[in-house]
Design a protein. Structure first.
Length: 385
């Protein structure tokens, strides 16, 4: 009985742990995917395109309904994405059904995505990523208004012996005003800038006593562990800040300020992503930081322990990431479609069906390879914990 009780307790704990990951993961992913597809859907409707299906997830349908315009809204069994299928599409990836297109009547062509002017097609495709960026701004703004932003003065309380900061001349009590001309309002602002600029020379404008000085330091790239044991590569100076009572304050913002901060946060995620990709190409960053659905689920569960505000912020970051990923000029992704439309606008006619088909096949191969690589990273990450 003791063995059975122990086994039951273990299985119960495992089930609870999985539930703690799955529920936040589905919340975050469903929110981001829904608004991405809603962007495509809304602009398509404005263009007069008939939308056959709006699907959250892939595979067999779990539940659904038809709206008055004939669109099937469905919830599918595999909740790892979604799609909008237009009149004339051959599949969920919006590849054209050439035989069906050739048989269309003039009335049907007016409702088909593929017979719309290239400007409308580009707008429909771009609307998905744009919706992701707008969603991120709204979420960030909501978090700043409702939950506020924790602020700690960017003061240096301790300088680690032998650190980059010590070599640069930092002293306890220094107050950082600017980094490379960018205003610093909190210690977390300084951490974010330093963390994303490893190996780069940064000019710090500081106040020491009644003097204003400029110090130059090059953040050192190091691996650090977060409270959950996840390893991250980030730039460090070797300074720390006191977190004694009263050192941390929470600021809540009005709608206008919150939206402005939401734009700044969204732009920071964009620039940080490109900085990482540039570092990856230059060899400064490691590809093991790329994660897939497993890592997203794990991080979602961990972040959820900090509350709904933190989980919403994660959703905003993921929304920006998905928006950017979809803009990459890879056939099958939104950016690949936009690339084809750019060629069409320049040439005055679409690329041949064979060229587009080859492009979609290459795009599918690249996307599958990226998914396999990211999933393999996830497995290695879990095995190392």
């Amino acid at each position: 009985m003791d063995v059975l009780s122990g086994l039951g307790a273990h299985l119960g704990s495992l089930s609870s742990s999985l539930l703690g990951y799955i529920v936040p993961f589905l919340f975050v992913l469903t929110l981001v995917v829904f608004f991405h597809e809603l962007g495509h859907f809304w602009v398509a409707r404005r263009a007069g395109v008939k939308v056959l299906t709006f699907s959250l997830g892939f595979g067999p349908e779990i539940a659904g309904f038809n709206d008055r315009h004939g669109t099937r809204w469905r919830l599918a069994a595999v909740p790892l994405g979604g799609y909008v299928r237009f009149f004339g599409d051959e599949d969920a990836a919006s590849t054209p059904n050439q035989a069906r297109l050739a048989e269309m009547t003039p009335a049907e062509r007016r409702e088909s995505f593929f017979f719309q002017p290239v400007g409308w097609r580009a707008a429909i495709v771009a609307a998905g990523p744009i919706a992701n960026f707008l969603l991120a701004i709204v979420i960030f703004a909501f978090v700043f208004m409702v939950f506020g932003k924790q602020v700690t003065a960017p003061r240096v309380d301790q300088v680690n012996p032998g650190s980059v900061a010590e070599s640069a001349g930092f002293k306890p009590g220094d107050l950082v005003l600017e980094i490379d001309g960018a205003k610093v309002e909190s210690f977390s602002d300084m951490q974010r800038i330093v963390g994303s600029r490893a190996g780069e020379g940064l000019a710090f404008t500081i106040v020491r006593g009644d003097r204003q000085l400029t110090l130059t330091a090059v953040p050192e790239l190091k691996e650090v562990k977060d409270p959950f044991g996840n390893v991250h590569r980030t730039g460090l100076l070797g300074i720390s800040r006191s977190l004694a009572a009263g050192d941390v304050t929470t600021h809540r913002y009005g709608p206008v300020e919150a939206v402005g901060l939401g734009v700044q946060e969204t732009w920071f995620v964009v620039t940080r992503t490109f900085s990482y990709l540039g570092g990856l190409i230059a060899g400064r960053e490691s590809a093991d930081q790329l994660g897939g659905p497993i890592r997203i689920a794990q991080v979602s569960g961990q972040v959820a322990t900090f509350g709904i505000g933190a989980l919403l912020s994660l959703a905003a970051v993921l929304s920006v990431s998905i928006g950017l990923l979809n803009l990459f000029p890879i056939p099958l992704l939104d950016g690949g479609h936009l690339l084809f439309y750019a060629f069409e606008a320049i040439r005055g006619r679409p690329l041949s069906a064979r060229t587009q088909d080859i492009g979609f096949r290459i795009g599918l191969a690249l996307v599958l390879m990226l998914m396999i690589f990211a999933t393999w990273n996830d497995v290695l990450h879990i095995a190392a914990m």
